[in-house]
Each structure stands twice: as structure tokens, then as C-alpha cells.
Design a binder for this molecule. Structure first.
Ligand SMILES: NC(=O)C1=CN([C@@H]2O[C@H](COP(=O)(O)OP(=O)(O)OC[C@H]3O[C@@H](n4cnc5c(N)ncnc54)[C@H](O)[C@@H]3O)[C@@H](O)[C@H]2O)C=CC1
Ligand SMILES: O=C(O)[C@@H]1CCC=N1
Length: 272
């Protein structure tokens, strides 16, 4: 599907590298099909040494070279990155953004190019276990949609949605979600250490409990409330713990956090 297709990555930081790694790990492209643009020489050297890909400091050269041009700079960098690239993409080229908040309209306007895909991956993409939600401008044709599905599929699971407003919502759930999970892991590990477990044992217990619970939920297909009820014996330990979590407002705090992430995503789209 991506054979011989030149792929440019503008802003090869954590997410850009996850895409490069995923494409190569899944043997979807050869290393010489990738050109990564980065301002720092040591980073360029690191990327070419590790992946055997081509690198440049010149975003314009990368944008002109790629048929698929992936944008993975921070939202605040976008205002400086896009204007010099205006007119650089040809009609049948595809721009793919992974940038939180940045709208398809802002890309299309700044680049003077209509074929734009907006996506929201997450950091488990680093190991091919990501969840990416994406949508496409009407100008993106079937072939280009295939390219996008393949590129984003290299990060883990990908889900196409036909409504761009879902992207800000996805940013708050799957994009930002790993931060909620890691904070919860950290808190559980620290509490285990507080109880008297060694940090090594606490980490192992928390990691496998998280992993096993998620796999059990997926494989059983049961509603989380049913699974939670099955853990909760009358007068037992789970009932005692859950009572504290409800008293502390865990559900509403989580919901408030997700709304805050959503509002911030919308705001980033307005202001950069
Ligand atoms: N980190 C995360 O969990 C997720 C991040 N994203 C989005 O991915 C984008 C990148 O995030 P990260 O990879 O985490 O950030 P990062 O900071 O690791 O990567 C951005 C890279 O762009 C480079 N850069 C800065 N100015 C540049 C320029 N003028 N030209 C080319 N490159 C330039 C930076 O040096 C940096 O290496 C962000 O827009 C973020 O919203 C999306 C989903 C998840
Ligand atoms: O914090 C952020 O803005 C990025 C976007 C999604 C996850 N991290």
C-alpha cells in the first residue's frame, strides 16, 4: 500500500518517532522512503543512526519531498512551521496531523492544500499499542484514506470518525488518557510502599493488576460495573475501598479532568 511512497515527518519528537518506528517495524516502508525534519543536529544524527532514515533541517525540503507529509510538532510551534510551507504540497499529496487541537481548516488554509487528515494517537503507539482516532477532509480521496489508515495503523489500533468535533473529544480520552492511567499507577504503587511493600513488588502488583483487568474486561465483554460488583464481597475490602473512592469524588474528578482536556484541545485549536 505504501510501496515507494515518500513519507516526510516534520517534527520528529516522541510522536514523530513513534510513527517512524511503527512504519519500519511493520515493514510498511523501507528506511529510505522516510525523510524526517528536525531543527537539532544531534537529534537528526540520532534518528538516522537508529533507523537508517534520511533527515534534514529544512521543513520546506521535507514537505516538497513527501507525498505523505506528517506534522508532529507541538501546537504552539505550528504557527511558525506552517506559513513557510504554503503551496509546497502537490494536489495528490496528503498532509497528516497528529497535533492536539489543530483543525483541518487551519491546515488547509495555511498550506493552501485541501487533502488533510487530522488524527489523535497516544503514547502507547511507541510500542505499537496505540489508539488513534482520525478524520479526513472531504478532499481526501479513497487512495489517500488508505495511506492514512496504513500509516496510523502502524501505531496500533486506528478508528476513522466522520465528524471532526470527535477529535477534541478523543484528545481528552485516548490522547490524554495514558496520563490518567499512569497517575493512577503511580498513586497505587506509592500507597503499596506506604503499606510496607517494596517498590519492586508494588510495581509488579500494580502493573499486572492493570493489565489483567483490562484484558479481562475486553475478553469477557462484561460491563465494568458487573466486573466491579464481582470483586466486591459483602462487608469486604473492595466495598470499604470503593466507599472511600466515591466519597473522594473519583468519578466526578475524572469527568472534570476529561472536560478540562477537551476544553483545552478546543482552545489550542483557536489560539495555538
Ligand atoms: N505526547 C503525547 O502524548 C501526544 C502528543 N500528540 C501531539 O503530537 C505532537 C508532538 O508531541 P510530542 O511528540 O509529544 O512532542 P515533542 O516535543 O517530543 O516533538 C515535537 C518535535 O518537534 C521539534 N520541532 C520544534 N520546532 C520545530 C520546527 N520548527 N520544525 C521541525 N521540528 C520542530 C521539536 O524539537 C520536537 O522534537 C503535539 O502536537 C501533540 O499535541 C498527540 C497525541 C499524544
Ligand atoms: O498534553 C498534550 O497536549 C498532548 C496531546 C494529547 C496528549 N498529550
Amino acid at each position: 500500500m505504501l510501496s515507494d511512497l515518500p513519507i516526510a515527518v516534520i517534527g520528529a519528537g516522541a510522536m514523530g518517532e513513534a510513527i517512524i518506528g511503527g512504519l519500519l517495524r511493520n515493514e510498511l516502508v523501507a528506511a529510505d522512503q522516510i525523510l524526517a525534519s528536525h531543527p537539532r543536529e544531534d537529534r537528526r544524527r540520532e534518528l538516522s543512526h537508529h533507523y537508517g532514515i534520511q533527515t534534514t533541517h529544512d521543513n520546506l525540503a521535507a514537505a516538497q519531498w513527501g507525498r505523505v507529509v506528517i506534522f508532529a510538532v507541538k501546537p504552539q510551534q505550528l504557527r511558525r512551521v506552517l506559513p513557510p510551507l504554503r503551496g509546497a504540497l502537490r494536489d495528490d499529496d496528503l498532509a497528516i496531523s497528529v497535533i492536539a487541537g489543530a483543525t483541518i481548516a487551519s491546515f488547509a488554509e495555511a498550506l493552501d492544500h485541501q487533502a488533510v487528515v487530522r488524527s489523535m494517537p497516544n503514547t502507547p503507539a511507541q510500542i505499537g499499542c496505540g489508539m488513534t482516532v482520525w478524520t479526513a477532509a472531504p478532499a481526501v480521496n479513497e487512495r489517500q484514506r488508505g495511506w492514512a489508515a496504513t500509516v496510523l495503523g502502524a501505531l496500533g489500533r486506528e478508528l476513522f470518525v466522520d465528524n471532526e468535533t470527535y477529535l477534541d473529544m478523543a484528545t481528552a480520552i485516548n490522547g490524554t488518557g495514558p496520563a490518567y492511567v499512569f497517575l493512577m499507577m503511580e498513586a497505587m504503587i506509592d500507597a503499596g510502599v506506604h503499606l510496607g511493600l517494596s517498590r519492586r513488588i508494588a510495581e509488579e502488583l500494580v502493573q499486572q493488576t492493570m493489565l489483567g483487568s483490562v484484558q479481562y474486561a475486553i475478553q469477557s465483554g462484561l460491563h465494568p460495573a458487573q466486573l466491579r460488583n464481582a470483586v466486591t464481597s459483602p462487608g469486604g475490602t473492595s466495598a470499604a475501598a470503593l466507599s472511600e473512592l466515591e466519597r473522594g469524588g473519583l468519578r466526578t474528578v475524572l469527568a472534570d479532568a476529561i472536560w478540562a482536556a477537551y476544553r483545552r484541545s478546543v482552545e489550542l485549536g483557536r489560539n495555538g
